[in-house]
Design a protein around this ligand. Structure first.
Ligand SMILES: [Mn+2]
Length: 803
């Protein structure tokens, strides 16, 4: 359940929106909004975003240290030196190692590789590898995806006469190491224009430089680059977008037996579209699992395998390790959540700090990430082994984790990280103190609620396969180009049931303005207890995708979270705006408001009809335009036709408080009614032809309205407007007293320039403005902005969970 005050729309300034819509009128406003919010705010940038080409890639030689690295490699190759590739145990390190191994073998090098054991050797260049170089006669050590903090090991290798090339993309310490060549876009003084490439990306650049190539060559390594880029969660912007887009095509060609086998075990046949999602959620975790649960070697062996039989065995092994990893994660998370449920203070305190003996070190980071996301607070998960404790932390955007860890510095033996993630080790006896300290510093550092981002609002009617296809043009999604999330407002939950092996998912049947659809909320079974579907309509945060079911393509609506509706039990002496847009039992609520001691007034479109439904309150219904001054509060039953109408009403009436009792559904209906009266030039021409056909007998306003309704399904209002437009153009003259019509001489006024047409357009524009104003969270706050004398309070209710 999401606290509505945490919702944030990614900002998209109106002027920039207009500029790119002018540049490409085929863009839908929704997509345009997302592009602007992501920084693609000129037609040229949008053009490059949708059409990635090799030109967007940067020259490898712009990387500082590249020339030296290439020289050393060439020298080594010429001398027949043995080369040891030193990778890392995650997917990026494994892909980078494979890439360098194969590329150097292609040019005839004698190469071997070393991947550190996560549990024995830890992260970074390993002393064991330096020893191996000495014993096995490797004269050149090349790191990939690590080494920037391995000063000691680098010096040891140099002392033993080994040449060292470090290639990496991790943050470089203040005092950088001094290998013979150091290639890392993050290092000070590196002119490379993009800092976001992953370790495998840097290795790819090294090979390009060695071969004197650039752009997308050599393309048979792009599959590894794409895989690592997605799995390492580096930003999918700039050249990464190009590398991934072309690299995924290479994965799809499946020329690598290992990837074919891995897709098989993941249940993806070769014909399936390979997208960033497949890589990020199926291939990546399986390659990561090796290093997390056992040893990363299996990953390199798989990627380098030339035999499908062998590859299948290795892939099955990785798949088993991945299952083991998931099971481990599930157990730890479950254990923590049991603790949190029995003692909610453990997450309400400001941070989650939980530890367990023998918890698997390889998965605590993922678990911390899940919990931080779910509870919206910084989370440290710690594996203890007697007196030794090793932990991993993740944090939502509103708390800088690195700062928090630094504030607890004195408790740690070692720590490091960045604003969203970090790692540390300490003595177990300090754990209770760490829990307290962490809660305290997190509260100090916290900047508002953890934001829950949105890209826009959609209605159930707008959400269709065409929209999904448009969204897919923005792929690959990932870091810095996240999968779009939308707000779907005022939805009735008509049915819910638990699905999945362990009944862990929630399937919903939802309805909005007459449209009904099925939606799925993964791993959110606990929502069942929170939803009050009889009382409220809900706003859903959701993602749109597609599924193929029995050969039929259909929309997949995934619910990411449900927004807590504002509570309706409020005392009006404390608030000026009561937001009841989500209430279902309107009749009961209205009667309560009308029957109250202070006789509130209700504003609606047709007071005479309302009085028939509520005969007990004959004097209490008015329209926006007829309401006299009141002593008490106003209840708004239907949306106004413009914000100005509401301005005027409030100016005239000065209510003590305002109750908004219409929801998004009512606003949508008003818009729909208005749009149903739409008349276009085409419609006017067909009406003209009808008039001229002689079928309108006698030729009067009344019979024209009747015939137009029968034959063209035009509302009488619409017919009247078109007729008055014709009168303006001079094509028709009408006799005011008899209603008789005669054809006249056109005076040159275009139909689109007539007052009748422009007025209609203006009405629609005003209604759109009303729709925008009354949709979205924080209505009370926005009303307070527009009418400051309505001392609005945002009335955020007690959250059900911290989010
Ligand atoms: Mn990496």
């Amino acid at each position: 359940v999401i606290n509505q005050a945490a919702l944030r729309f990614r900002p998209a300034p109106r002027e920039k929106l207009d500029a790119i819509l002018q540049g490409d009128p085929t863009l839908s406003p929704l997509i345009a909004r997302m592009l602007v919010a992501r920084g693609y705010d000129t037609p040229a940038k949008v053009q490059v975003f949708f059409n990635p080409t090799a030109e967007a890639l940067h020259d490898p030689l712009q990387l500082k240290g590249m020339t030296e690295a290439v020289e050393l490699l060439r020298e080594g190759l010429a001398q027949g030196q043995r080369i040891l590739i030193h990778g890392d145990y995650d997917c990026d390190g494994v892909c980078g190692t494979t890439l360098l191994m194969e590329a150097l073998q292609e040019v005839g090098a004698d190469v071997g590789y070393h991947l550190p054991d996560r549990f024995q050797e830890g992260y970074g260049l390993s002393m064991l590898a330096v020893e191996r170089c000495k014993q096995e006669g490797f004269g050149l050590l090349v790191s990939v995806d690590c080494g920037s903090s391995s000063h000691l090991e680098i010096e040891a290798a140099k002392a033993a006469g080994i040449k060292v090339i470090v290639t990496d993309h991790h943050t470089v310490p203040q005092e950088p190491p001094q290998p013979h060549a150091f290639v890392n876009p993050q290092q000070a003084g590196c002119p490379y224009p993009f800092k976001g490439i992953c370790g495998t990306g840097v290795a790819f650049k090294l090979i390009q430089a060695l071969r004197g190539q650039s752009g997308l060559q050599p393309d048979h390594f792009l599959d590894l680059v794409a895989l690592a880029t997605v799995a390492d969660v580096v930003p999918l912007i700039d050249e990464n977008r190009v590398l991934v887009q072309f690299g995924l095509q290479e994965v799809g060609r499946s020329r690598r037996e290992g990837l074919t086998a891995l897709m098989e075990v993941a249940g993806r046949s070769g014909r399936d579209v390979v997208d960033a999602f497949t890589v990020g959620f199926t291939l990546g975790p399986r390659l990561n699992a090796a290093g997390r649960m056992e040893h990363a070697r299996a990953g390199v062996e798989l990627l380098m395998s030339r035999s499908l039989t062998e590859a299948r065995q290795l892939a099955t092994h990785l798949d088993n390790l991945n299952e083991e990893r998931k099971e481990c994660e599930r157990r730890i998370q479950e254990e923590i959540e049991i603790r949190l449920r029995s003692d909610p203070q453990r997450y309400r305190s400001g941070a989650i700090v939980e530890w367990g003996e023998g918890w698997h070190e390889g998965v605590i980071g993922i678990t911390a990430g899940r919990l931080a996301e779910k509870y919206g607070v910084p989370t440290l998960v710690i594996a203890t082994d007697g007196e030794r404790a090793k932990g991993s932390g993740r944090s939502p955007e509103n708390v800088d984790l690195y700062q928090a860890l630094r504030a607890c510095e004195r408790l740690f033996q070692k720590y490091g990280g960045h604003p969203r993630a970090g790692g540390f080790s300490l003595h177990s006896q300090h754990l209770p103190e760490l829990r307290e300290e962490m809660a305290r510093v997190s509260n100090d550092l916290r900047d508002g609620l953890a934001p829950v981002w949105l890209d826009g609002t959609v209605t159930l009617a707008q959400a269709d396969i065409d929209l999904v296809k448009e969204l897919e043009r923005m792929e690959p999604f990932g870091e810095k180009n996240p999968k779009p999330a939308f707000l779907m407002e005022g939805v009735d939950v008509v049915h819910q049931r638990l699905v999945g092996k362990a009944a862990e998912h929630l399937q919903l049947e939802i309805e909005q303005v007459g449209q009904r659809r099925r939606a799925i909320a993964f791993r959110q079974a606990d929502l069942v207890g929170d939803l009050k579907t009889q009382e409220y309509r809900y706003d859903l945060r959701c993602e749109l995708g597609r599924d193929t079911y029995k050969g039929q393509e259909q929309l997949r609506l995934q619910v990411l979270g449900v927004v807590q509706p504002p509570s309706h039990e409020v005392a009006t002496d404390s608030v000026a705006v009561v937001d009841l847009r989500h209430l279902r039992g309107r009749r009961k609520a209205l009667e309560e408001w009308l029957g109250g001691a202070d006789r509130r007034t209700a504003i609606c479109r047709q007071p005479d009809k309302a009085v028939l439904s509520y005969p007990d309150y004959p004097e209490q219904f008015y329209t926006y335009h007829t309401c006299p001054a009141v002593e008490s509060g106003l209840v708004l039953l239907t949306p106004p036709d413009s914000l100005q109408s509401l301005d005027e009403l409030l100016d005239r009436v000065h209510p003590s408080h305002l109750v908004v009792l219409f929801g998004c559904a009512e606003v949508e209906r008003s818009v729909a009614t208005l749009v149903a009266q739409r008349w276009s030039r085409d419609m006017a021409i067909r009406f003209w032809q009808l008039l001229k056909s002689g079928r309108v007998e006698p030729l009067t306003r009344a019979s024209a309205e009747r015939v137009a309704q029968d034959r063209l399904k035009l509302q009488p209002d619409t017919t009247r407007e078109i007729l008055s437009a014709f009168t303006e153009t001079g094509a028709v003259r009408s006799d005011e007293t008899t209603g008789g019509l005669t054809f006249g001489q056109a005076n040159g006024t275009k139909l689109e320039d007539t007052r009748a047409f422009l007025q209609w357009r203006e009405r629609v524009r005003k209604m759109e403005e009303v729709r925008a104003f009354f949709s979205g969270p924080d209505l009370a706050w926005r009303m307070g902005q527009r009418w400051p004398w309505l001392a609005a309070s945002s009335r955020v209710p007690e959250p059900l969970s911290v989010r």
